[in-house]
Write a protein that binds this ligand. Structure first.
Ligand SMILES: NC(=O)c1ccc[n+]([C@@H]2O[C@H](COP(=O)([O-])OP(=O)(O)OC[C@H]3O[C@@H](n4cnc5c(N)ncnc54)[C@H](O)[C@@H]3O)[C@@H](O)[C@H]2O)c1
Length: 331
C-alpha cells in the first residue's frame, strides 16, 4: 500500500510515517513538506529506507501534488500552518496555505479516486463549551455547535480555515463520493514536539528542566486534555485502513482534563524542578484582544464505538515520555 503524508516532516506526520514503515514490507511512504514548522530530523531515521521518499515542496504546488496523489493509495493531509504563536505571527500565510492546500488535495484525491484523511482541530468548536454548557460538566461531541469569535481577532482564523477544510471535504463526499475521513485532533503530544511554536507541554517541560520559570498564560484555570501521539496515530490509521471513518468526522483526543496550573505543578513534581510558575496575561503573550476558551475536552464515544478503540497512554505515561525526550535532546 502506498501512503502519502502531507506535512509528514512535522510532529504527527512523522509519527504516521514511522507507524507504516514499522508495520512491515507492505507499505511505501512518501512525505511532502515545506519545512515551515517541520524538521528533517523528524524523518532522518527513514531516509535510508528504500520504501521512503521525502519531497521538499509546498502542498499548494499543484504539479507536485497531482503526481504524488496519483501515486498513492491513501493520503494523510496534515500540512498546515500550526501553533498559536506561528499563526499570530504569520496571519496571511496561515489563512492562504490552509485554503489553497485543501483545495489542491481534494481536487486530486477526487480526480484519482483516493481515500484521504483531513487533519482538522478541536479549535473548530471555539468557545462552544464555555458559552453553551453553563454547568461545565459535558465534553465536546462531534455534532456540537461551533462558537467562534470576531474576524478581527486573528486567533480565530485557524479554526475557521479548518472548518472550511471540513465543509469542502464533506461537499466532495456528498457531491462526488470522495472518500474523506475528518480527524479533529485535540492537543496531541509526545516526544519530538517542538516548544518554539507555542505548544504547552514542551514549553512547560523545557521551563522545568531549565529550573527557571514555567510560563502559564492567563489564570491557568483553563482546562485542556492531552493525547499521546501513538494513541492518535493508532486511531487515524485504523479509521483509514478499515474504511470505517469514511464520510465522518471524529474527535481524536483524550477525555481526561487538567488545568494548566495543575499541569505545571505535575511537571515540576515529575522533573524534581525548582522552577517557579509565572502567570503571563494573554495580551502580553499574544497581543491585545487575544482570547482563549476555558475548556476544550473531547467526548470520544464516536471513535470508540466505531473502532472498538481504547486509549493506551494516561497523562503520567505521556509526561514521562516527553520529559525523558527533553532530558536527552535540545528540542
Ligand atoms: N498537534 C496537535 O495538538 C494538533 C491539534 C489539532 C490539529 N492538529 C493538526 O494536525 C496537523 C499536524 O500538526 P502537527 O502537530 O504535527 O504540527 P507540525 O507543525 O509539526 O506539522 C505540520 C507540518 O506541515 C508542514 N507544512 C506547513 N505548511 C505547509 C505547506 N504549505 N506545504 C507543505 N508542508 C507544510 C510543516 O512544515 C510541518 O511539518 C496540522 O494540520 C494541525 O493543524 C494538530
Amino acid at each position: 500500500m502506498k501512503i502519502l503524508i502531507t506535512g509528514g516532516a512535522g510532529f504527527i506526520g512523522s509519527n504516521i510515517a514511522g507507524y507504516f514503515l514499522n508495520a512491515g514490507e507492505n507499505y511505501e511512504v512518501k512525505v511532502v513538506d515545506n519545512l515551515t514548522t517541520g524538521r528533517v530530523e523528524n524523518i532522518t531515521p527513514f531516509l535510508d529506507d528504500s520504501r521512503f521518499e521525502f519531497i521538499q515542496d509546498t502542498v499548494t504546488n499543484k504539479a507536485t501534488m497531482e503526481t504524488l496523489i496519483q501515486w498513492c493509495d491513501h493520503c494523510y493531509h496534515l500540512a498546515a500552518p500550526v501553533g498559536v504563536k506561528f499563526i499570530m505571527d504569520n496571519p496571511v500565510l496561515s489563512v492562504l496555505d490552509n485554503i489553497r492546500g485543501i483545495d489542491t488535495v481534494l481536487e486530486f484525491v477526487n480526480k484519482y479516486k483516493k481515500r484521504v484523511l483531513i487533519a482538522s482541530t478541536s479549535e473548530t468548536y471555539g468557545k462552544s463549551l464555555d458559552l453553551l454548557d453553563a454547568s461545565h460538566t459535558r465534553k465536546l461531541k462531534e455534532s456540537d455547535y461551533r462558537v467562534e469569535g470576531s474576524t478581527k481577532n486573528h486567533r480565530w482564523a485557524y479554526a475557521n480555515t479548518k472548518s472550511l477544510d471540513e465543509f469542502l471535504s464533506f461537499a466532495y463526499y456528498k457531491e462526488f463520493g470522495t472518500e474523506v475521513v475528518i480527524a479533529r485532533f485535540f492537543n496531541t503530544v509526545g516526544p519530538r514536539q517542538l516548544s518554539q511554536y507555542g505548544m504547552v507541554i514542551p514549553n512547560f517541560v523545557k521551563g522545568a528542566l531549565e529550573g527557571k520559570e514555567i510560563r502559564v498564560f492567563g489564570t491557568g484555570e483553563q482546562l485542556r486534555s492531552f493525547m499521546h501521539v501513538n494513541d492518535a496515530v493508532r486511531a487515524v490509521t485504523q479509521l483509514m485502513l478499515t474504511g470505517k471513518g469514511v464520510g465522518e468526522e471524529f474527535n481524536i483526543g483524550n477525555p481526561f482534563e487538567i488545568s494548566m496550573n495543575d499541569l505545571a505543578q505535575k511537571i515540576i513534581e515529575k522533573t524534581g524542578s525548582t522552577a517557579q510558575i509565572v502567570h503571563i496575561p494573554y495580551e502580553v503573550a499574544y497581543g491585545p484582544g487575544f482570547e482563549d476558551m476555558d475548556r476544550r475536552t473531547a467526548d470520544i464515544t464516536k471513535l470508540c464505538d466505531t473502532l472498538g478503540y481504547t486509549i493506551a497512554y494516561d497523562l503520567d505515561d505521556i509526561l514521562s515520555d516527553i520529559i525523558s525526550y527533553h532530558r536527552t535532546t535540545q528540542a
